[in-house]
Design a protein around this ligand. Structure first.
Ligand SMILES: *Cc1c(COP(=O)(O)O)cnc(C)c1O
Length: 493
């Protein structure tokens, strides 16, 4: 299995090199050259635990890993690192099934892949004989940063540098990152928004001269964002898992289609669902849910991507994104022509917009889009809790609301899975307010209030957070990101 760049101007790579490089030298993203079919029956797969299922799903993508190597990566990722016994509980509430992806060490779905990426990366380094220290650059809208910091904490042969938009993440997310421990971690707040951080990070990764300078000092860069294929692949597993749980419990018959609704930002999570579909999971429709930053909703309605708009900061901050990087991969799979994808991306860079071809527009019909305002998010959380005593976070509420709108608009009642992407405690103040608890300026007080009122335990990942010491207090301009990376790596000002 080789991996190709979406823009067609970089050499094909094996999985190890694709993971080590992060993004392709032509600015594209790596994609598998084909989609392996899932061969075992749904009934058979429904009898497997999460880790065994992960092995079945991932094996064909990691052809050059031995079975033992891949198993060690899966064990390393999930053993003792998730609070839910079956890793991803699938819970029915309000007429949909919630895939609870947030029981890992930072209480958001990013843990599903970022707990595995360090193992995939270090195994890849061993296999390719990479001797340099791999520097993982991460720009984050909130949850990726902490999940990456936790995943890479003190992993030998790696350093990790995280950038987050100052004021653009929740109080809990900021506290998590600014208190992150580990001898190989750095965290910097950026004056700017997520797109500023991500765009500058991509430029640093593609800066050949800077890369050479750092290589001379024994460092090579990679990305741990969902731009890295090693992030995307582990995410396929939970869509297969969600499907076979429904089969296993007799909620649907093997082979029956489902709808999948995902709260989307960088489009990585929902794209992993699409990969599961290409591997054979019967999906009737993907519903891409956005907050007020509804660039994807408009895209799926019109086939026109228009990034020329303001970015709003919302109560679902991990989705406050205008340029959704992983859409590039979907365009590649639908278009089948890397030069067309390169054209779209260069128009996006220049004019901030592009329209897709008829062929791609045809493929996009598998997707529907919708968005929820901040008020609708709060209302949805309150309603669902009042009716079912089930608590969801603000991002998951976006998906819940958009799915409900979709059903009303289309009459399509196909059984639906919702990707539940964060613990309600990560956005405790908004969630507490939504279920009618008195407001509090202090997110950590909201933990106690929420727990007392609902009986939902505070996740281990967040307990004791308020007492942790700030270790990373800096806030910098985006123009200074490259220089700061240099200083961190050389230890010189
Ligand atoms: C990252 C994140 C999202 C968006 O996922 P993408 O893969 O970027 O589309 C949604 N919800 C939460 C809680 C997240 O952390």
């Amino acid at each position: 299995m080789n991996y190709k760049s979406t823009r067609g101007k970089a050499p094909d790579l094996g999985i190890e090199e694709a993971i080590i490089k992060g993004i392709a030298s032509d600015g594209g993203l790596y994609v598998p050259e084909r989609f392996p079919r899932i061969e075992k029956s749904w009934d058979e797969l429904s009898k497997l635990g999460y880790k065994d299922l992960a092995f079945e799903v991932l094996k064909p993508y990691f052809e050059s890993f031995t079975g033992d190597e891949l198993r060690a990566c899966i064990d390393g990722a999930y053993d003792g690192k998730f609070e839910a016994e079956d890793i991803v509980p699938v819970v029915k509430a309000g007429g949909a099934w919630y895939l609870e992806l947030y029981h890992g060490r930072t209480a958001a779905f990013k843990d599903m892949a970022l707990s595995m990426l360090p193992y995939l990366l270090t195994t890849s380094m061993k296999k390719t004989g990479e001797k340099k220290t791999v520097v993982i650059l991460v720009s984050t809208s909130g949850d990726t940063g902490m999940a990456a910091l936790k995943g890479f904490e003190d992993v030998p042969g790696t350093k990790i540098i995280v950038f987050f938009p100052d004021g653009g993440v929740s109080a809990v997310q900021e506290k998590q990152m600014r208190t992150a421990t580990g001898s190989n971690v750095s965290v910097l707040a950026i004056r700017g928004n997520f797109d500023d951080a991500q765009t500058t990070q991509k430029k640093i990764l593609n800066d050949a001269e800077f890369g050479k300078e750092m290589a001379g000092l024994g460092f090579s860069f990679t990305a741990a964002n969902s731009m890295n294929i090693g992030r995307l692949l582990p995410q396929i597993v939970y869509y297969v898992w969600g499907y076979v749980r429904l089969v296993g419990r007799g909620e649907i018959k093997a082979g029956d289609p489902v709808n999948i609704c995902v709260p989307s930002g960088n489009f990585g999570n929902i794209l992993a669902g699409y990969y599961a579909y290409r591997m054979g999971v019967p999906v009737n429709r993907f519903i891409c849910a956005s907050n007020k930053n509804k660039v994807l909703t408009d895209f799926f309605a019109s086939g026109r991507y228009d990034a020329d708009r303001p970015l709003y900061q919302t109560n679902a901050p991990s989705m406050d994104i205008i340029v959704s990087s992983n859409l590039e991969r979907l365009l590649y799979h639908l278009e089948g022509d890397p030069s067309a994808v390169a054209g779209y991306m260069s128009r996006l860079d220049g004019e901030r917009k592009y329209s897709v071809s008829e062929k791609t527009a045809e493929g996009l019909r598998l997707f529907d889009g919708g968005f929820a305002t901040e008020e609708e998010i709060v209302e949805f959380i309150g309603d669902l809790y009042a009716r079912e005593h089930y608590l969801v976070d603000t991002h998951t509420a976006v998906a819940g609301k958009v799915l409900s709108d979709y059903r009303k608009r289309t009459g399509d009642e196909t059984p639906a899975l919702i990707a539940s992407t964060a613990s309600p405690y990560k956005f405790a103040q908004t969630v507490a307010g939504a279920i009618g608890l008195p407001g509090s300026g202090d997110p950590f007080k909201a933990f106690g209030d929420l727990c007392a009122a609902t009986g939902v335990p505070v996740p281990g990942a967040l307990r004791g957070l308020s007492e942790r010491k700030i270790l990373h207090g800096d806030t910098i301009d985006k123009e200074d990101m490259k220089q700061r990376v240099r200083e961190i790596l050389t230890g010189k000002k």
